[in-house]
Ligand binder design. Sequence first.
Ligand SMILES: [Ca+2]
Length: 159
Amino acid sequence: MEMKRSVIASILLFVLIGPIYGQMFYPKHAITKKYHLIKFAATWHGALSHCHSIGMHLVSISSQAENNRITKQLKDEGYGGGRIWTSGTRLSDDVTWEWMGNGKRMNFTDWGKGQPSNDHNSEKCMEIYGSYKWNDCSCDRKNYFICEQDLIEYQYCTN
Ligand SMILES: [Ca+2]
């Protein structure tokens, strides 16, 4: 009986204290992204696996704001006109463009004029090229690429 009572007391304590405990150890946080331009040339699959190997993802671009941020960073790093892999691809069903980095469909796009052109029916991966516009090209091409890192910023209450 005594044993039973202490088990119930422990469960009650856990239920009551749990949420407070959770608040203490999981404060509010926001995820921000950091982009790393990787300056060696790799195929699209090579770029994808390199980013994974360093705990990141090959970059996905989900909005105009994100596109602007990446364009600005490339300019700042002096890579105007360089060809850069992103995780954009239509490899999964040959039709639908999606981001391999985050598994989402490509909603926002910024294709260059006449792109995606699918030259020789062999362009299934997406690169940034020319004036920072998007182009579909062969996944076997060797490009520099951008790995995307999720940074978790904790926001502690001060009052
Ligand atoms: Ca093309």
